[in-house]
Ligand binder design. Structure first.
Ligand code: NAP
Ligand code: G4F
Length: 323
């Protein structure tokens, strides 16, 4: 039985990846940080099948212990301060978690389990102000937020450990991927949850920021398979994972309201400078040709289906919570 350690197992991707690895018969370990109340909402349905190990990206010793205890064949480093907007109000913490946290994980792996395979959660935010369209593994980076800058560091330190120590380390450059388990602060879930509330008469309006930004949005459940595929290859390499299609925030809004039969969405949507960013990433679209060829990966859930499944899941959730 293969063994995997997931940092960030309580997050969106961590929960889908844990499910996916269990379906492949892995023994799954997850790193969880101390909180005053448990935050296992996304993994409660599989909690009896996985083993949680306390630890924090800030604490080197806890990471070394977690790798020692789990003795993993594969390490998936998904933990990070992942919300771009927060990276301006907490830039140092973002650097500590998202950048140096990766070095700490790599260093612990090098000391304790150098033959493990390591996956780093790199991001299309690294492309920022895009230098070419669509973006590929070769597109130069121009990050536009402290988060994007931290991810560029993490990306390069992952490559550096591969080149310096001959470790099997890979980076998946994943474009935005969403699901009903997305945090409520991210725009897609903010919209699906807001539209569901408006539909149920629990909210009057939805306040958003820049409606013109365009993203290449896929489904998280599809993207965790790509992470796993990268670690099944004979040689470590980096891959872009994307749908190859992009949509504006406004298009997401329109599609979400359409799911509940509302066409005059402008009646409900307001914008506020509060949700604009000091530096915006206007346009992202990925080219996943390399992953398609080498990994045999392709996305399964379309944009329209993604919006529909998120809005319907939020309606169900709100109805359940109000019973
Ligand atoms: P998420 O839902 O925000 O989950 C982040 C996870 O990191 C949570 O489990 C969180 O734990 C954990 N974490 C944060 N700080 C930590 C610390 N100091 N020590 C230990 N754990 C810590 O993020 P996601 O959407 O699943 O994304 C997973 C990874 O992929 C992240 O690295 C993100 O930056 C990257 N990424 C995401 C996307 C996307 O579109 N989703 C695209 C590209 C890259 P708590 O539950 O305790 O907060
Ligand atoms: O949903 P977002 O907050 O995601 P963002 O910034 O693209 O970052 C996500 O994807 C990255 C991959 O490219 C990940 F690395 C990262 O961890 C995260 O998962 O914002 C998307 C867009 C932005 O352009 C933002 O300005 O939506 C725009 N937006 C408009 N109104 C809003 C809002 N974003 C949020 N969060 N809230 C709004 O009200």
């Amino acid at each position: 039985m293969k063994r995997a350690l997931i940092t960030g197992i309580t997050g969106q991707d961590g929960s889908y990846l844990a499910e996916f690895l269990l379906s492949k018969n892995y023994k799954v370990f997850g790193l969880t940080r101390r909180t005053s109340t448990p935050n296992y909402e996304r993994i409660k349905h599989i909690q009896d099948q996985i083993e949680l190990i306390p630890g924090d990206l800030l604490d080197q010793q806890s990471l070394t212990s977690a790798i020692s205890l789990s003795n993993p064949d594969e390490i998936y480093n998904l933990a990070a301060q992942s919300f771009v907007a927060t990276s301006w109000s907490q830039p140092v913490l973002t650097g500590e978690f998202t950048a140096l946290g990766t070095t700490r994980m790599l260093e612990s792996m090098r000391q304790v389990k150098p033959d493990a395979k390591f996956y780093q959660a790199s991001s299309s935010e690294m492309f920022g102000e895009v230098q070419e369209t669509p973006q590929t593994e070769k597109t130069p980076f121009h990050p536009r937020s402290p988060y994007g800058v931290a991810k560029v560091y993490a990306h390069w330190i992952t490559i550096n450990y591969r080149e310096s120590y001959d470790l099997f380390t890979v980076s998946g450059i994943l474009f935005n991927h969403e699901s009903p388990r997305r945090g409520l602060e991210f725009v897609t879930r903010k919209i699906s949850h807001g539209v569901a509330k408006i539909h149920l008469g629990q909210q009057d309006s939805l306040i958003l920021g820049n409606l013109d930004a365009k993203r290449d949005w896929g489904f998280s459940g599809d993207y965790v398979e790509a992470m796993w595929l990268m670690l099944q290859q004979s040689k470590p390499d980096d891959y872009v994972i994307a749908t190859g299609e992009n949509h504006s925030v406004q298009e997401f809004v329109e599609a979400a309201f359409k799911v509940v039969g509302i066409t005059n969405w402008k009646k409900y949507v307001k914008t506020s400078k509060e949700f604009y960013r000091p530096a915006e990433v206007d346009f992202l679209i990925g080219d996943a040709t390399k992953a398609k060829k080498a990994l045999g990966w392709k996305p399964k859930v379309s944009f329209a289906d993604l919006v529909k499944l998120m809005v319907e899941a939020d309606i169900k959730l709100l109805q359940k919570n109000s019973q």
